[in-house]
Design a protein around this ligand. Structure first.
Ligand SMILES: Cc1cc2nc3c(=O)[nH]c(=O)nc-3n(C[C@H](O)[C@H](O)[C@H](O)COP(=O)(O)O)c2cc1C
Length: 217
């Protein structure tokens, strides 16, 4: 497929047809992700692919449980807001159980240029260099965009998910206990669902070029 066609065709896929994706295809997608640029070529990513239905369902269960534990506390102050949080979880997080594969995306902390230098002159670098501009997560974003585009190129669909990150620690723990998999020094940063897309899925519109670009003269 032409790059232009792939970019235009890419959309978040939350509804999947039943069916497997061969491991070699998933590897090709992750290989494309790994070709992305990264600050100082740190390649601060690692992908744990889960096709096992029981494990996918368990992870969804962990997210629902954590969501409910937060929502119950929110109920005390604002019930409608808590219910919206519950609904969001149901609609925008756990759909990955129907996808052929769930990829748990791990990352590492990346000390941006200037971090140590700021510290050495007594300035806390966290807000300016990590929280706001976060080059480590920019690198990961480049890899995940490659993931989504390669998936489209191969006729698959994916959805990038960070809304389950409030359950990240529980998910990491579960994977470690259930499967023995643990990536030393890494933390879960996102999930990527991957599967065979159902047709005719809606996608929100994008801003016009004039809204996102200025040529400064
Ligand atoms: C960093 C990031 C996090 C996202 N997290 C979620 C998520 O948790 N759940 C979800 O359904 N979609 C998630 N999305 C998908 C966005 O909602 C989607 O990209 C956006 O609405 C635009 O739609 P499109 O991808 O179809 O163009 C995420 C996308 C990005 C880039």
């Amino acid at each position: 497929m032409e790059l232009k066609e792939i970019i235009n065709k890419r959309q978040s896929i939350r509804k999947y047809k039943e069916g497997d994706i061969p491991d070699k295809d998933i590897k090709e997608i992750i290989e494309a992700a790994g070709k992305a640029p990264s600050g100082k070529n740190i390649q601060n990513w690692y992908f744990a692919v889960i096709k096992n239905q029981e494990i996918k369902d368990d992870i969804a269960g962990i997210i629902i449980k954590k969501n409910e534990s937060i929502a119950v506390e929110m109920d005390k102050n604002d019930r409608p807001k808590a219910d919206r949080f519950r609904k969001f979880c149901k609609n925008f997080t756990v759909f990955f159980t129907k996808a052929a594969a769930l990829t748990v995306v791990y990352s590492t902390f990346y000390k941006p240029s200037g971090f140590g230098e700021y510290e050495s002159i007594g300035i806390d670098p966290t807000l300016e260099l990590v929280t706001k501009r976060n080059p480590g997560m920019q690198s990961l974003g480049a890899a995940l965009e490659n993931f989504t585009l390669k998936a489209v190129d191969m006729g698959y669909g994916s959805c990038w998910l960070t809304s389950a990150n409030y359950a990240a620690i529980e998910i990491e723990e579960y994977i470690k206990n259930k499967t023995g998999f643990e990536k030393e020094g890494f933390f879960m940063a996102a999930l990527m669902s991957l599967g065979i897309p159902e047709e005719n899925q809606k996608s929100p519109s994008k801003k016009d070029i004039d809204e996102i670009c200025t040529f400064i003269k």
